[in-house]
Design a protein around this ligand. Structure first.
Ligand SMILES: Nc1ncnc2c1ncn2[C@@H]1O[C@H](COP(=O)(O)OP(=O)(O)OP(=O)(O)O)[C@@H](O)[C@H]1O
Ligand SMILES: O=C(CO)[C@H](O)[C@H](O)COP(=O)(O)O
Length: 409
């Protein structure tokens, strides 16, 4: 005679309410739920018909979801490496899984790439004449269902888009992490997915700069010709403008990368003007400021405490309007000669959410070899990483305090 029935629930941090036939006692073992029936009179265990319903809801450690949008080759991977480093760990592909998985897992964060929700593979897109940027080539219903499930503590079998073969591979199991980052072309395109985001970032790389970076990577590392790179950028542009670029209006923070204004008609794209656009009024996010919050400030820090070679460095800070929203903008044009001197700039910035004096400089020195470490891209990516850590800590603290308040009331 069967003594018990075992059900496995793919959930790490959910609370499950289980409605069972009467006379049923429940036993729990890790993620497995064991059901026994017990005779009320004799107390003997008997066979069991199983539960009539299992409902899972968010547990204490609900996943915080961050969206990172950008076109391909715009620095998402570099940003992710800086972000995971702020949380103190290195991100790696799932152990023992598909070697072509796009997922990166660290102690705190899981980064999933939204390319995995392509509904058409490379051949399918070619046959239908659509690019991967076209919403018709992506499954937003599945993206929404799965991000929602992970956010509420339930593991999912996420598909994998294989960039090596151009095919859709068998799915991989994604367990709910503390922080889920969804990065890719469309994290803010679908309103249902957008509403699940606790914080969103858009990397806005101007065409000139994108072109320079693409050439650098695709010619040097991937053996593409200059003509093919130009053709690929041109072919993607209409869909990029229609479906990707439009998402920046929804972002809580935008990192905009433009050619320098310090060198008249510069076309080398080596010196950059980078703007960190921060939305006002976002819960758990206080924009960074320079010297005096709300003022408009232009600052050339070069001199005794900061070494600057040609063309120098210029900072700007002030309020602006961005797609109808009030924002604060922090801007840096130029590049650092000596990263250790960055502490001088850091000491003039406020609301940077560091845990100790000099943490921004320490992070930048630690990853001095990452692209953008000598300019505003690296500086602002690092600061946004610290702001995300702060947002996460505030969200968790608020959640932890909630039941306490309820008990007191
Ligand atoms: N801040 C930067 N400064 C200079 N070059 C950069 C910077 N960020 C990225 N790049 C260049 O762009 C390339 C792509 O960067 P990265 O791999 O981080 O982008 P990605 O958005 O993840 O790309 P993909 O989606 O194609 O994998 C890098 O190899 C580098 O050449
Ligand atoms: O825009 C992209 C996001 O990374 C890729 O071009 C898209 O995912 C298609 O990939 P592939 O070119 O490997 O088929």
């Amino acid at each position: 005679m069967a003594v018990c029935t075992v059900y496995t629930i793919q959930s790490l941090n959910s609370t499950c309410s289980i409605s069972t036939p009467t006379k049923t006692r429940l036993g729990f073992h890790q993620k497995q739920v064991v059901f026994y029936t017990t005779d009320k009179k004799t107390g003997r265990r008997g066979s069991n018909n199983g539960p009539s319903e299992i409902k899972c809801s968010a547990g204490d450690s609900q996943t915080v979801v961050i969206g990172l949008a950008a076109d391909s080759g715009c620095g998402k991977s570099t940003f992710m490496r800086r972000l995971t480093s702020v949380f103190g760990g290195a991100a790696e592909p799932p152990k023992g899984g598909n070697p072509d998985s796009n997922t990166l897992i660290s102690d705190t964060t899981t980064v999933i790439c939204l390319d995995d929700y392509h509904s058409l593979d490379r051949t399918g897109r070619k046959e239908k004449g659509v690019t991967a940027l076209d919403p018709r080539a992506n499954d937003f219903d599945l993206m929404y269902e799965q991000v929602k499930a992970i956010k509420s503590g339930v593991a999912v079998d996420k598909p994998i888009y294989n960039h090596v073969t151009g095919l859709l591979d068998p799915p991989e199991l994604i367990k709910p992490p503390k922080i889920l980052v969804i990065e890719g072309l469309h994290p803010m395109y679908d309103q249902r997915v957008r509403d699940l985001l606790d914080f969103s970032i858009y990397l806005d790389i101007s065409n000139e700069v994108k072109f320079a970076w693409k050439i650098q990577r695709d010619m040097a590392e991937r053996g593409h010709s200059l003509e093919s790179i130009k053709a690929s950028i041109e072919a993607r542009k209409p869909d990029f403008d229609a479906y990707i670029d439009t998402q920046k209006q929804y972002a809580d923070a935008v990192i905009e990368v433009l050619p320098t204004q310090l060198i008249p008609s510069d076309n080398e794209g080596k010196v950059l003007r980078v703007r960190l656009i921060m939305k006002e009024g976002v819960k758990y996010f206080n924009p960074v400021y320079l010297f005096d919050e709300g003022s408009t400030i232009s600052w050339i820090p070069c001199g005794r405490k900061l070494t600057c070679s040609y063309p120098g460095i210029k900072f700007f800070y002030g309020p602006e309007t961005y797609f109808g929203h009030e924002v604060s903008v922090l801007e840096m044009d130029g590049q650092f000669d000596r990263l250790d001197e960055l502490i001088y700039v850091e000491s003039h910035l406020s609301n940077i959410s560091t845990n100790f004096y000099g943490e921004v400089t320490q992070q930048m020195l630690k990853h001095a070899d990452f692209p953008g470490s000598s300019n505003g891209t690296g500086l602002f990516q690092t600061i946004v990483g610290l702001k995300i850590r702060d947002l996460y800590e505030q969200l968790i603290a608020t959640k932890a305090a909630a039941p306490l308040k309820a008990t007191k009331a």
